[in-house]
Structures are given as C-alpha cells and as structure tokens.
Design a protein around this ligand. Structure first.
Ligand SMILES: [Zn+2]
Length: 455
C-alpha cells in the first residue's frame, strides 16, 4: 500500500469516527403556514431597513431627540411609524407603543437624568384564554469609539440595526397571521449605556405579571466575515443561554443537583428549541449552542430578563468583526473602520431572521406545555415510566412528544408521539434525559418540560 492510499484510508477511518460521535438531532415538524412566512422574509427589505437606520447618522442614547432627521429621537419615531404601517394588516390586533421612562444620572454612562423609550408592537393572541407572551427584541441605540460620544457618526449598521431590522421584518410578516399566544416586538434603547431599555421592560413584565414564556434577543446578527481572522461563516449562528438560572433559589439548586439537569435551565431549553425549530425550517443554517449566558464577560438585552427569572437567549453572528463594531468611522493605514452597511451580509441576516421567526411562530401557535410532568420511581426498572397532565389552559393538544437524548448529548435525539398522558419507554432513565412537549395537529410543539421524580 502506498502512502497516498494509506492516508486516504486513515482519513476515511477518521471521518467514520467523527460521524460516530456526532449526535443527530430530531427536528421540529413544519407547519405549512410558518414555512410560507419564512419564505416571505426578504434580504432586500432587511437592507432597506438598515439603510434607513444608518441614515439617522447616530442613534446614540444621549443624542438629539428634537432633530427630525438625525439622532435617537428621529430613529424611534420612524420605527414607531413603521410598526403602525404593519399594524394595519392585523385587523386591530397589533398595537404600537412608545414606552417612555426616565433614567437617573448614574455617574457612569448616563451623565444626567435622561428620558429613554422602547418602541414596541404587540400582536394580541387570537385565543382569549391564552395569556402567553413571546418577545423578540434588539437594540436601536448605537455608539462610536467613545461610549459617551453622542455627536460623532455612529451608523451601527450591524450593532444593532441588523437586530432591529430583523424584529421589524418579523412584525411586518406576522402582523396579518393568527397566533393563539401574544407576540411582542421591541426596539430597545439604552443598551450601550447599560441595558436600560431591557431592564425597564423586564421589570415591567415582572411587575405586571406577564406570562412571558420566551425572550429572543438579537444583537449583532448580520455580518459573516471577520477580517482579523479571515474566517467567513454564513452557515452558522450562535445562540447563547445561561446554564444556571440567574435567579436560582436553593430549592431549584437542590432539584438541579438531584436530576443532573444543569444543561436544562429554562433558557437552555429555549435555545435547544430554537436550534431544533430553526434548523427544521431554514436551509443552510446551523444554530450553535453557546453554553454560557453571553460572550465572555459580556451581557445584552436578554440579561435583565434572565435576572427576573425568564427564559431568555441571545443570538449573535459566528465571527464578529471588531474593526466594524464600536469604532469611529475612519480610514487608518488603509483600513476602513466603523460599523458600516458595506460589511454586512443580508442573505445571512435573512436566514437568522428566519430562525427567529420560525421559533416565535411555533411557540405562538403551540398548545400550552404539559403540566405535572413526572418520571415514576416506585420500582427499580430499566424502562422509563412517564406521566403528565394535559395543559389546563389554551387549546387541547393533538398529542405529546416525548423527547430523549443521551446525557452527554447537546440535542434531542429521538422523539415519540404519545396520544395519552402517560407512556412507558424501553430506555432506561439512568442513561437518558427526557422531556415532554404538547403538540397541535399542525405539528407546533410547546417548550419541552423536564420531568421531576414521583412515586
Ligand atoms: Zn449591541
């Protein structure tokens, strides 16, 4: 055998080994109407929306609110007027709000008391007995090199007009569709000055007792190339989720230790749902699960929602480009700095929007999650007995999916359809993790619920 044959054989063997250790995911089902919505997302629209946001020159939180063409005030008003256009197709179900609030001087990034505002569009659910809310958000404010510089150009095309354009495109497409749960679309302010808009809304959500089941934050989602590393990746996107809930109580810690469920926090469950759903509906995209709350030592608009105890995740592109983020627009030694539209990839942004839309639409249409999900422990057995109750609210499920994965697998690997509210599986609870979803006739499934031990 010559060297080249040998190396070919070794390569084949290596490939085989790699496949053997890859965990294959079971994907979500596809609802035809959601497929149609996904197909309506337009890279051209996304570009036009980002262009318009860049035209305000700066959207810095401390920039002018009186100029009609420049600054955060004009940008907020424009987002509001766009939401109002989309709302016309909703038959009165979509309402638009400028949620204003005062942030006191903080001695840090807010030098004097400042009025800020989140722009929100709410698409009321079609089922009066369904009070669930699913929220998608991104930040409208931008910054230059100096975070206090409210005057210089700060186009913020990718950070984070990309996210706001996504939120707006989703609102446009979804406004005319029916969802039993309520969908909320938000452009936050004050992110760069200290997550002020998201903190304000997370506190409001908590205080007003919303039944918020998922928060999808999108920040820096429209560039696929890093000049620094030369890496180009338009087929993968990161979704970060906290492992240990920020608000974990002693009781929750105890349960987590007992079950070994450190990889099944509410936010991680949501991230995995997003991967399973996004990859089912969108071609040429892989959702990469980031097993941390955010990028290293960073945070974002999902963070205050985590702190209030909600499932909240952050999507960000695979390769950030730091020459084009938080930088004054300038040429230096032949390099163009600044967060400019030229460095964006709108086909990539379209796919990332599709992952978000498919997730939000599926959650908005799915039945409520099953209740009292339990794994029976009265006998020692190598089988697994699961039982649960039908959700007390919302539409009646067509059935349930029991999901299963190996304890070391990041993704759900098998699913069993069960019509009843109990099942016995020929797989040992010692070797696998399980969860149960409620599913409707079109295949839309709730967030999975992890069973707790019961006798
Ligand atoms: Zn950002």
């Amino acid at each position: 055998m010559n060297i080249s044959t040998l190396s070919k054989r070794l390569l084949t063997l290596l490939l085989l080994l790699c496949t053997a250790t890859t965990f294959a995911q079971v994907n979500a089902n596809q609802d035809e109407d959601i497929q149609e919505m996904v197909g309506e997302i337009s890279a051209q629209n996304l570009r036009a929306l980002v262009e318009k946001m860049v035209s305000f020159e700066t959207r810095h939180t401390l920039s002018t609110t009186t100029d009609r063409k420049r600054g955060i005030g004009a940008a907020r008003e424009w987002v509001k007027s766009e939401f109002e256009k989309y709302a016309k197709a909703s038959g009165g179900r979509m309402t638009v709000e400028m949620d204003r609030f005062i942030v006191k001087a903080d001695g840090r990034r807010v030098p004097q008391d400042t009025e800020m505002a989140n722009v929100m569009a709410t698409l009321k659910g079609t089922d009066a007995s369904d009070n669930r809310v699913i929220l998608v958000g991104a930040h409208l404010d931008s910054r230059a090199t100096d975070v206090m510089d409210a005057k210089s150009k700060a186009p913020g095309a990718n950070d984070d007009a990309s996210g706001v354009a996504m939120v707006m495109e989703m609102a446009r497409i979804m406004a005319s569709r029916q969802f039993s749960g309520t969908l909320v679309f938000v452009a936050f302010q004050g992110e760069e000055q200290g997550l002020y808009g998201s903190r304000h809304l997370a506190e409001r959500v908590k205080k007003e007792g919303w039944n918020l089941v998922a928060m999808q934050n999108n920040d820096i989602v429209g560039n696929s190339f890093s000049g620094e590393t030369g890496l180009h990746d338009n087929t993968r996107v990161r979704v970060f989720s906290e492992g240990t809930p920020a608000n974990e109580t002693e009781e929750m810690t105890k349960l987590r230790r007992t079950l070994g469920s450190e990889n099944d926090s509410p936010s991680r469950i949501l991230a995995r749902y997003m991967k399973m759903t996004g990859e089912a509906y969108v071609d040429q995209i892989e959702v990469v699960l980031g097993y941390r709350a955010d990028r290293f030592l960073r945070g974002g608009d999902h963070t205050p929602f985590n702190q209030q105890g909600f499932a909240a995740v952050r999507m960000s592109e695979m390769n950030e480009d730091f020459d084009h983020q938080h930088q004054n627009v300038r040429m230096e030694n032949g390099t163009q700095y600044g967060d400019l539209i030229d460095f964006m990839d709108f086909e990539y942004l379209r796919k990332n929007t599709a992952v978000n839309l498919a997730t939000m639409a599926s959650l908005g249409r799915a039945p409520y999650a099953p209740e009292a999900v339990a794994v029976i422990t009265s006998n020692l057995t190598n089988k697994t007995d699961l039982r649960w109750q039908a959700p007390a609210k919302g539409k009646k499920p067509a059935g349930y999916y029991v999901l299963m994965r190996e304890t070391s697998s990041p993704v759900w690997e098998k699913k069993f359809f069960v019509k009843d509210t109990k099942t016995t599986l020929g797989y040992s609870k010692d070797n696998y993790f399980f969860a149960v979803q409620a599913v409707d006739a079109a295949g839309n499934a709730s967030l999975p619920v992890i069973p707790v031990p019961a006798r």
